[in-house]
Every structure is written in C-alpha cells, then in structure tokens.
Write a protein that binds this ligand. Structure first.
Ligand code: PHE
Ligand code: ZN
Length: 878
C-alpha cells in the first residue's frame, strides 16, 4: 500500500543507474487465485556509474517475495532487505544472475496497474511504474533489457497467450495447461512490457513494408466484438504507410498486435509489438460508433503505432522527459489526422482543447513545464501540458525549421539515438544540428510553465503608408516559478485590405519580396514591426493557424471580427474571429442580462447557415458556440450560473431568429446514400445535428418530429446519438424519457454505447441534475470498477455539465468529493484525475470558491489517502 506522504522526486537529482540489466527471463504461472512470476535478471554494474559498490536496488509494489537467489544460490535473510517497496541486495559481484520468485493477485488488482484481470482475461499496464507490481526490477526507463517471456495458463480458459516480440515456442503442460514463449529482440524499458492471456478471437491482416517485408497484423478481442475490428486494422495500415512516407520509419518486428480490454485507466498503450487499447478507443462499427469516435480511434491507433519509433526505439531517459515521446507523438498523430481528413478542422479541434483545458491547467495549481522539474506521483503528469502543449512545442520547431529541415532533424534524432533513452534536450539538439538554427532561447518552452500572453496594438500612419504592429509578451507566474524570461514565439500574421484582399507584407519600402503571410519571430519582451506600402488601415489577422500556444489580446471591434469571419483566407482565423465575436456577445450578456443580443451575430450565423460555397466542415465548426468551459477559462472570477444563462440566452435567440434557416439546413444535409467517413459527410451530419439541437433547444415542434424520426430511422450512431442528445437537452420531458429508455433497451448489451448513453445524460443540464446522476450510479449497467463507466457518469457531470456541477448550493462539489474518496481506495489514478475540477477553485466567484475549497478539504482529510490524490489535493490547497 502507498505511504501517506509521497516523496518529491527532482530532475536535478538524476543519476545514471548503478546497475544495468541485459536480459530478463520471465515465467508466468497464471491461476485463478493468483500468479507466480519467476524472473531471472542478467545484471552487471554500469561502467558509466560513479557509484562504487552500491547495493542493488530493485523496485517492488504489492509483491509477495517467495524466493531470491544469486547465481543459483538462495540468499540468506541477512543478504537482502525486503523493504516492501524495494528489494535491496547488499553485496553483489560485477556481473551476475538474480533469480526472484514473486506471488501476485491479478484478480484483486483494482488499480489496473501491473498485471490485472479485465472481463476474464489477464492483461498488463506497466507505464509508468506498473512493472514493479509484477516483479522486483530496476523500474526506470533508462534500464533497457531484452525480454524473454513464458506464459503458462489453463488451455481452455486462456487459449491465447501473448507478449512482446515474436513467439518462439509453445506446447502443452500437465493438468490441461499450456504455454507460449515470446522473445523480443529489441532492448526496452520495463514500462513497455506487456502480457495478455484470454479467450480471444483473432482478426488477421498483413502489411508489406517499404522494403518489402511482410508484417502480420493481428487484433485480439472478445468474441462479441469480432465485428468491430475492421476500422482499426485499416487505420493501422494507413498509419504504417504514412510513417514510412512522411518520416521514413519502417516497422521492425514481424508481427504487430492490438488487444482491446474493457477496463483500462487510459486510452491505449504502446507496448512493443503488443499495443493494448481501452475498448472504447479501438472498437467501432457504423451502428455503434459516432464520427467523433471513428476519428478518435484513427488518431489513437496511429499514435500508439507511431510510438514504435518515437517512444520505443528511442525512449525517455527518465519520466521528466515524458513529453519527449508524448509531445512528439501527438504532433505526429495530428499531422497524420490532418492528412487523412480536414487540416483546418483538425487544427480547430486541437486549438480548442488547448485553449479550453490546457490553458486552464497551465493557470492552475498543478501548472508545470513541458519538462517538469519535480513530481510526487508520475501518473499525475500524463497531462494536457505534457501531451498537447508538448506537441505544440514540436509544431513550433517544425514551423521555424520548415518541412524539409524538420525531417532532416527527425532523421538525425532517430539515427543518433536509436536504442537509447534520451532527453528533450537531445531532441532539440538534433533539430539544431540538422538545421543550423540556434534554439537556445526556444528551450524555455520546455522549462517555463504558464501560457505566454501577447498584447498587440497597432498604428496606421496614413502619410507614410506605414502600418505598425507592436507586440509585447509576458509569461505569467506559476507555482514555484516567477520572473520568467521572454520566449521564442513564432507569430504568423497577415493583413487584409478593406475589400478583403490580402495585402503584401513589406518590411521596407520598395522591397519586392512581398509575401501575404509572414511568421514574425518574437524573442524580446516587446517588438515593433513596420509594414510599408500600406495605403489604407488594414485589419490584422493574428496568430494564423494558431502558430503558437499563446493568448492574444488585441482590441478587436465587432466590425473587424465580422469582417475576418467572412474574409480571412486563413480558415483557422475565420473560425477564431467567429468565436471571439460570440464570446464578446455572450460576455456582454453576462454583464447586462437584459441587453439585446447583437443583431449582427444573428446575421453572421444566418449567412453561415446559408453558405453552401464555403467548406462545410469549417461551417459546421463555426456554428458551434464557445463552450461554457471556455467561457469560464476566459473569465477572472467565473460566475457559472451567469455564464450558463447568457450562453443559453444567445443560443435561444439565434435559434428563434434562424428557425427557417435551421430547418432548411437540416433538410439540405439529410443523409444521401451510404454512410461515409469523408470530411464532407462528417460535416453534413454535424450540421444537421447542430440544427436539430438548436431547434429542440427552443422547443420547436417540428424539430421534435424530426428528432424522433431521425432516432428511429438512423443507420449510424452519429445520427442516432445526435437525435438522442437533442431530445435529452430539450424540455420535452416525456419524449426524452421515452427516447432514453428505447435507446438503452436497444443497446444495453454494448458497453461502449451504454457509456455514450450515460454521458449524454450526465452532461445535460436538463437530464443530469444531481438526483438523476445519483440514479445513474445505481443503474444496472454502472460499474465502479470500470473506469469508462466512472468517467461517463461522474467525469461527464463534473467537466461538461457545469451549471449542474456548480450548483450554488455546493451539492455538486460534495458529491464529487464523496466519489473521489470512494474511488481512491480502489483506483487512485482514476480518483486523482476525477478530482481535477475541484482544484480550479481559485478561478471562480467567491460564493463558489468557498464551497469548492471545503469539498477539497474533505478529500484531503480522508483516511489513507493515496499518493496520487495527495499530491493533487495538497498542491491545489497550497
Ligand atoms: N503512453 C500511453 C500513450 O500516450 C498513455 C498511457 C500512459 C497509458 C500511462 C497507460 C498508462 O499512448
Ligand atoms: Zn502516447
């Protein structure tokens, strides 16, 4: 069990390992009442370590030690110490073999770290520090070894036995048991180890690599999911081809396997040759998965596959370098998704996540740099900052270097560090060496936490025809970090003339190099840029394509925003202008609830709804009003009730005034032909479902009929769920109850659809008030041991149903505190993630703040609090 006060671990204390492991031989005996793990480690002293004859230190967690022997001789009690969380062997030779036998209980493992059982199958999760729950081991990523794994289990119950690498032996054993032995030729850290044993069906495919090697692709799922594998297998093949084409990366083993498990703390895991996925991130069929789910699956399959190079072949030296693999791999999967679908839409989605959730994290009590300097519990650092901001940092390098130099840098990085465990600094150095650029100031992106803010002002000198942009930057203080230095920020801009034409950007009069797009490089606290030959006051288009993860403040007029919304050639900024306008209109209603809704907003949305010439995928995005979460993020002392009321008022106003356009848009986008996943068809469904949602929001009778009909006749989950969601978010109480009941009866056997069904209700202010949430927890399909169910009810309530969660009576907060305490005993990682909304208490108006804080204090005072929740709660109360 965890101790009460976790230790702080510091990057500055890093030391190379005193011992290295060359080879690991594992033998697993799997039984119903536990598992015996026999491990043989070939260990030698690290020639690079200055630690003289330090004892051998092996991590362990929740292990029963059965025996330990050195070079075949059992160790006497005085020769080693079993400290509970470590096994220490005091005097060891230069090189030796250590034999350890441990006993573990996967069937009782509710933390889902190490070896555990999920719907009857054995599976593992070892990142970051789960391997130590299997056997004693130097569980740190800079110890890389070759693994050979023999799995023994009952043949009937567990016909499929998998581990990393290639199968090298198999056979029968006494008592109806059998075994399979796997060998992974690539040295790897223990966090990439995996094992699966179960009664699974196998889906096969093949892929021929660029050098002509044929790779066996296999997916293993429970028999009931056999029909939900095709999409992931196709996505895998697309990813493999893409990584060859774009990064020159070929797959290295002869076999690549994907397994789907129902109980999983995260989305998926890149174990060498044996990726393990949360079912909800890999299984899909037209009938059960939404468009968003398909896109997420494609991205995650790609992400895990891309880790084979960015993560596995080149891995992290220590966990402070987590973004080395995650930031780079998220950037790679974002490039891939952009290539597979609509680049502008992908960019909008990523920027939305970043601005809504990562900016909030970066301004909150857990703010940390992309390369943190310290942590208590590493599982708390699988954050939006490490992943998404980390990816933005790589993207900025890409934009500064350009496509071709970036590719040379990545080639150099993979070649130079293949088989090594390295740092983010090594990554940046490879980029520098390949490009000749100096990225020393740029490195601050890895070291300084907090979202830089840019303040932009402009002046137009009519006589000289000079337009001047002044840009100043500041990086806010974050816990433990003050007085920050200015960062190196690529700031993409353009200027538009009165007629909507892009103006040439001339840095000096008479120069003939005149691009209409420029990336200004900000390195100082303040810069002034002069553009010559400008004959009229232009409208600036700033931070095009979201060229850096920063906030931009510029005194936009509504006029300018409307202008950019319809003229900016940069699709991202068109969308952004619409968002800024909607935010501005909503915010003015927060201050003055009785005020009139800006009529030009209605006109703008009208022309969007009618605009069939513009990319419909972009239109679909532009029609989404900024979320409550984003509006909260933008405010100083958020009054959630006022924000909710204002946003709903704008929505009602728009829907009421645009009813005819909404109906027309609905019909224009009604399904034609077979279900397809092209950006055009996805956009069509999105537009149609948005229109439906708006109509039901205002209680439109015709909308009701359309929704019910759509629910009945839909041939895909996007349309079915779109109709259900519209009904759930309406005031047609009886109809929505009926719809929910019918939907549940139709899909009760499918856990992923039931999760959608839970979250549609939990995220709805109409159907997801606290008493209804409490009922969902009592529902037959709810399961406390299954993280997806917990997330789909409690997570959806606390992070999407903001008006209900922030009920001014504090009941939502008290509820969350209770559930966090309950989950802390069974699954601390899930508890720790779930508590996040409460940690943002400083962001809210005083009446909310007090109640949030006292709910947090209740969690703090819980008995035997896990290290995971301890860190988050203490840091956020500090
Ligand atoms: N490394 C996984 C990924 O990003 C995420 C993960 C972390 C999964 C920790 C499980 C545990 O692909
Ligand atoms: Zn990853």
């Amino acid at each position: 069990m965890r101790t009460n006060q976790p230790q702080t671990i510091c990057l500055s204390d890093y030391k190379v390992p005193a011992y290295l492991v060359d080879q690991v031989d594992l033998r697993f005996e799997l039984f119903e009442d536990g598992a015996r793990v026999h491990s043989v480690l070939s260990v030698r002293r690290n020639p690079e370590s200055s630690a003289g004859d330090e004892p051998l230190y092996l991590h362990g967690d929740s292990l029963v030690l059965e025996s330990v022997a050195l070079n075949g001789t059992p160790l006497a009690a005085g020769d080693f110490d079993d400290l509970g969380d470590a096994l220490v062997v005091s005097s060891v030779p230069e090189a030796f073999e250590l034999q350890v036998v441990t006993w573990i209980e996967p069937q009782n493992n509710t933390r889902l770290e190490g070896l555990y059982k999920s719907s009857g199958m054995f599976c593992t999760q070892c990142e970051a520090e789960g391997f130590r729950c299997i056997t004693f081991y130097p569980d740190r990523p800079d110890v890389m070894a070759r693994f050979r794994t023999r799995i023994e289990a009952d043949r009937d119950a567990y016909p499929v036995l998998l581990s990393n690498g290639n199968p090298v032996a198999k056979g029968d054993l006494e008592g109806g048991r059998h075994y399979v032995t796997w060998e992974d030729p690539f040295p790897k850290p223990a966090y990439l180890f995996a094992l699966v044993a179960g009664d699974l069906v196998e889906k096969k495919d093949t892929f021929t690599t660029c050098s002509g090697r044929s790779i066996d692709l296999r997916m293993y799922v429970e028999p009931r999911n056999a029909q939900k594998c095709d999409f992931a297998l196709d996505a895998l093949k697309r990813s493999m081809r893409w990584d060859e084409d774009v990064y020159g990366r070929e797959y290295d083993l002869d076999i690549f396997m994907i397994v789907a498990v129902d109980d999983f703390n995260m989305g998926a895991m890149e174990n060498k040759g044996l990726n393990i996925f949360n079912s909800s991130c890999v299984l899909a069929s037209q009938e059960t998965a939404t468009d968003a789910a398909f896109q997420r699956i494609e991205a995650i399959v790609a992400h895990e596959y891309f880790h084979n190079w960015s993560g596995n072949r080149v891995t992290c030296r220590d966990w402070f370098q987590l973004s080395l693999k995650e930031g780079f791999t998220v950037f790679r999967d974002a490039q891939f998704s952009a290539d597979m679908g609509s680049p502008t839409v992908k960019r909008i989605e990523d920027a939305t996540l970043l601005r809504t959730a990562q900016f909030a994290e970066d301004a909150g009590p857990m703010a940390h740099p992309v390369r943190p300097a310290s942590y208590m519990e590493i599982s708390n650092f699988y954050t939006l900052t490490i992943y998404e901001k980390g990816a933005e940092v790589v993207r900025m390098i890409h934009n500064l270097l350009g496509e071709s130099l970036f590719r040379q840098g990545s080639d150099l990085y993979f070649q130079r560090h293949d088989g090594q465990a390295v740092t983010t600094d090594d990554f940046v150095r490879a980029m520098e060496d390949a490009s000749g650029r100096d990225l020393s100031q740029f490195r601050l992106w890895y070291e300084q936490a907090g979202t830089p803010a840019l303040t932009v002002t402009d002046e137009f000198d009519e006589e000289r025809c000079v337009y001047r942009l002044t840009v100043s930057q500041s990086v806010p203080d974050t816990p433990g970090q003050t007085g920050k230095k200015p960062q190196h920020i690529p700031f993409a801009v353009g200027l538009l003339g009165r007629d909507g034409q892009p103006l040439p950007l001339l840095f000096s009069a008479g120069s003939d190099d005149a691009p209409v797009d420029r990336v200004l490089e900000l390195t100082e606290r303040e810069h002034c840029f002069e553009f010559h030959g400008v004959s009229e006051r232009p409208v600036p288009s700033l931070l095009r394509g979201f060229s850096a993860p920063v906030r931009v403040h510029y005194p936009w007029t509504r006029e300018q925003l409307l202008f950019l919304m319809s003229h900016d050639p940069d699709g991202f900024n068109r969308w952004d202008a619409g968002q800024r306008l909607a935010v501005d209109v909503i915010q003015s209603l927060i201050v003055a609830p009785e005020a009139e809704v800006e009529p030009r907003l209605v006109d703008a949305y009208r022309s969007l709804l009618r605009n069939t010439g513009l990319d419909q995928a972009l239109v679909a995005k532009m029609l989404q009003l900024p979320s409550e979460a984003y509006l909260i993020e933008l405010s100083e002392q958020a009054d959630v009730a006022a924000i909710h009321r204002a946003r709903e008022a704008v929505l009602s106003h728009l829907a009421t005034h645009l009813r005819d356009e909404l109906l027309a848009c609905y019909h224009r986008n009604s399904a034609q032909g077979d279900y397809q996943l092209t950006p055009e068809s996805v956009a069509r469904r999105s537009l149609r479902n948005t229109a439906l949602g708006w109509l039901l929001h205002i209680g439109d009778q015709q909308g009701l009929v359309l929704a019910q009909e759509q629910l009945r006749s839909a041939d895909n989950m996007t349309d079915r769920l779109g109709a259900l969601r519209a009904l759930v978010n309406s005031d047609f109480v009886e109809e929505r109850t009926q719809a929910l009941e019918g939907f549940y009866q139709a899909f009760r056997e499918d856990p992923q659809v039931v999760e959608l069904w839970f979250s549609v209700q939990a995220a709805s202010v109409r159907a997801g008030q606290l008493p209804q949430i409490t009922q969902l927890l009592e529902h037959e399909a709810f399961d406390w041991k299954n993280p997806n169910k917990v997330r789909s009810v409690i997570g959806a309530f606390a992070s999407q149903n903001l008006a209900a969660f922030h009920n001014p009576d504090g009941s939502g907060y008290a509820f969350l505190a209770t559930q966090v305490c309950r989950l802390d005993d069974s699954n601390p990682q899930i508890a720790s993630r779930l508590v996040t909304p409460l940690t943002r208490w400083r962001k809210f108006a005083p009446e909310y703040r007090v109640l949030m804080k006292s709910a947090l204090e209740r969690v703090r005072d819980k008995d035997r609090l896990s290290g995971d929740v301890y860190e988050v709660v203490h840091k956020s109360l500090a």
